[in-house]
Design a protein around this ligand. Structure first.
Ligand code: GLP
Length: 241
């Protein structure tokens, strides 16, 4: 694994944004796997800045997001669809028809998972961005004795709901279920960027990168992938070597 530790968040954001932009410049029809959470916000801001400076066009890019809450309409400001529009899609030249998220409002969620997997099967993700949850989840693949390869409905752990409650007005507004791309799809990406910030993630970063490969720490499966770049701030990387 290529592990980079940065002194400032701005440097981390710029480095990650450049990895995406270099990919799109060398392959205008690139397929990008995108993530939500607080960590990618600065990365997307940097991508928008570079787009505005005329350094890159996303007109032919396709994107797939990792996950979406079940039961939030896309106009709900806590949905990941809303987040992506707010932080990235509304500010760049990517057509709406080329941005995909699982539909957490689908009447038949199982059929929605099959539909999303079918789209993923037809394309190869060039670069997949990931964050990590405190319990080692990637996307919304929560720790378990076994993990799903494909897109599936997941019941969120209470700890995950609590961690994400800061974005909602009240805990009981945090959805109990989500749709997430499976670890099989994540690991099929040509390359992966794992971006992590903060002292509260130092322990799980150490477990994920240097501990045993186990479904109880879903991010540890990244150790099996040949092209993972890990971008950490000093705090998140403080327990490494
Ligand atoms: C959510 C998302 C994950 C993300 C995680 C960490 O649970 N589903 O994809 O990695 O949050 O987010 P943050 O960057 O806010 O710590």
């Amino acid at each position: 694994m290529n592990i980079q530790i940065f002194d400032s968040q701005l440097e981390l954001d710029a480095y990650a944004a450049n990895l995406f932009i270099d990919t799109v410049r060398s392959k205008p029809k690139a397929v990008l796997g995108l993530a939500t959470g607080s960590t990618p916000i600065g990365i997307y801001a940097k991508m928008v800045e570079k787009y505005r400076n005329g350094e890159v066009s996303f007109a032919e890019v396709t994107t797939f997001n990792l996950d979406e809450y079940v039961g939030l309409i896309p106009y709900n400001d806590q949905s990941y669809a809303y987040y992506m529009n707010k932080h990235l899609f509304d500010h760049i030249d990517i057509p709406d028809t080329q941005t995909f998220l699982p539909n957490g409002m689908a009447e038949d969620l199982e059929a929605e998972c099959v539909r999303y997997d079918q789209m993923l099967l037809e394309r190869q993700i060039d670069v997949q961005l990931l964050g990590i949850g405190h319990n080692g989840h990637i996307g919304f693949n929560e720790p378990d004795h076994a993990l799903s390869g494909g897109t599936h409905v997941v019941r969120l752990k209470e700890a995950t709901r609590e961690a994400n409650a800061r974005f909602f007005a009240a805990m009981d507004e945090v959805p109990e279920y989500a749709l997430t791309m499976g670890v099989g799809s994540i690991l099929k990406a040509n390359s992966i960027i794992l971006a992590v910030r903060g002292a509260d993630k130092a322990d799980i970063v150490k477990q994920a990168l240097t501990g045993p490969i186990t479904t109880e720490v879903p991010a540890s499966l990244l150790q099996t992938h040949p092209r993972v770049t890990v971008l950490l701030d000093r705090e998140a990387g403080r327990m490494l070597g």
